[in-house]
Design a protein around this ligand. Structure first.
Ligand code: MG
Length: 203
């Protein structure tokens, strides 16, 4: 099982971190050990002083494939959820400055949060998906698939030019503007529309 992530897929978020709008999807990966098991406690990692949430739509891959065309990509994912791509922003800033890989900032144990799965229906796929994150009951991030630079199909197709994708793989599709810091005792709740998808308390 692999976890793919797309960076800078929302123009407002790329701008808030001072990054250029990408011409093709920015892809990085997290290992399987990054996936937070549901109901496990989340502990603030000891190696960072700037833990950032990034709320994202996560796709679940349901079919094996490689070199997938954009117009057939829809057959390769069957469900989505709302998750968090946790980022040690202080470490990422250091690594970016030196031009080094991001794994220590992005791919550590339990850095990939997922909520409950929602099966795709034709109706869901034909409307914008709206999602948000609340921190301590206040909305801190709001996103809609309308604002994505690269669509689900473009992302799946692009990834599959380089990597085979397999049943059970996950794709974090990027975060909208509003990323920010969280600290011990913060409560994070992800929403699809009004429906709560996950609850996480930072210990
Ligand atoms: Mg992200």
């Amino acid at each position: 099982m692999k976890i793919f992530c797309v960076g800078r897929n929302y123009a407002d978020h790329a701008k808030e971190l001072g990054n250029a709008i990408p011409e093709e999807p920015v892809i990085f990966m997290k290992p399987k050990s990054a996936l937070m098991q549901s109901n496990a406690p989340f502990f603030y990692p000891e190696f960072t002083n700037e833990l950032h949430y990034e709320v994202e739509i996560v796709l679940r891959i349901c079919k094996n494939g490689k070199h997938i065309a954009e117009d057939s990509a829809e057959a390769y994912y069957d469900a989505f959820t709302i998750g968090i791509d946790f980022t040690a922003r202080d470490i990422q800033a250091e690594l970016k400055k030196k031009g080094l890989p991001w794994e220590k900032a992005k791919a550590w144990d339990n850095s990939a949060i997922i909520g409950k799965w929602v099966p795709f229906t034709p109706e869901i796929l034909s409307n914008p998906i709206k999602f948000s994150l609340q921190k301590n009951k206040e909305t801190v991030q709001r996103g809609t698939t309308d604002d994505m630079i690269f669509s689900f199909n473009q992302i799946v197709s692009h990834i599959s030019q380089y990597f085979s994708i397999n049943i059970g793989d996950l794709i974090y599709t990027g975060t909208p503007a509003g990323v920010g810091e969280c600290v011990t005792d913060d409560m994070l709740e992800g929403f699809y529309g009004d429906e709560k998808m996950f609850f996480l308390e930072i210990k």
